[in-house]
Design a protein around this ligand. Structure first.
Ligand code: HEC
Ligand code: HEC
Ligand code: HEC
Ligand code: HEC
Length: 119
């Protein structure tokens, strides 16, 4: 190879290394803040737009992740604590209570079954 060609090959290799490293670090970052979550239920599917609620509607993380303390990493999923087991609050109960309470309180957002269970 000529000197110039070697130089070009070298630059290409460095660029590819940087792209590779950036891609790898993006895969490593977990858990990500969800964009949208889809829940399949026997009353029909519910689409929860996590990103819209958190950014557009300007609701603080802790208003929903009630056990969460800032600076503790990422909040836990609700299902970690709210699953059906004896008297435990199931996740569906936790959702129906929290989602609906806020929608009623703010007089906006769906409160009728079919407005959430749309699919
Ligand atoms: C309007 C309510 C609401 C707001 C506001 C909100 N979240 Fe969530 N978040 C949820 C719900 C509901 C889930 C799904 C939990 C489940 O399926 O058990 C969730 C899931 C998550 C998860 C995934 C957890 C896992 O391990 O699966 C992360 C991470 C998260 N939220 C971070 C945040 C952060 C950070 C903020 C603030 C910038 C925030 N959330 C604001 C309701 C909310
Ligand atoms: C680390 C455990 C934990 C996580 C994670 C958690 N909760 Fe809770 N939550 C509790 C406990 C403990 C209570 C009180 C006892 C009970 O009612 O089960 C509670 C109570 C509630 C209540 C009833 C509040 C009241 O005033 O009656 C709602 C609604 C609720 N949680 C919703 C959620 C939602 C939605 C999420 C996810 C965004 C979530 N929780 C995540 C532990 C947790
Ligand atoms: C702390 C308040 C709050 C909580 C908690 C909350 N919401 Fe909402 N939600 C809103 C607001 C505000 C709107 C915006 C309504 C509008 O003006 O369009 C909304 C709108 C919606 C909409 C219709 C528009 C859209 O973004 O898709 C759906 C569906 C919805 N919410 C589902 C849920 C579900 C499911 C949960 C529980 C997991 C939940 N919400 C919890 C405040 C809340
Ligand atoms: C604000 C949105 C919202 C409204 C309004 C709503 N739901 Fe739900 N519902 C949900 C979400 C989200 C889940 C998913 C819970 C899960 O997968 O843990 C759910 C779950 C369910 C389930 C499955 C329960 C289980 O234990 O798996 C049934 C049944 C249900 N809803 C019926 C209803 C009925 C009936 C109404 C009206 C009286 C209603 N829902 C109103 C959001 C809503």
């Amino acid at each position: 190879m000529k000197k110039k060609e070697k130089m070009v090959a070298c630059i290409i290799m460095v660029v590819m290394l940087i792209i590779g490293a950036a891609g790898y670090s993006m895969v490593e970052k977990k858990p990500d803040i969800p964009i949208r979550l889809l829940y399949k239920t026997n009353a029909g599917k519910v689409l929860f737009d996590h990103n819209m609620h958190s950014t557009e509607y300007d609701i603080g993380c802790i208003d929903c992740h009630h056990y969460y303390e800032e600076g503790e990493g990422m909040p836990l999923s609700c299902i970690e604590c709210h699953y059906k087991d004896g008297d435990n609050y199931s996740r569906a109960e936790a959702f129906h209570s929290q989602c609906l309470d806020c929608h009623k309180e703010q007089e906006t957002g769906p409160v009728k079954c079919g407005e959430c269970h749309v699919m």
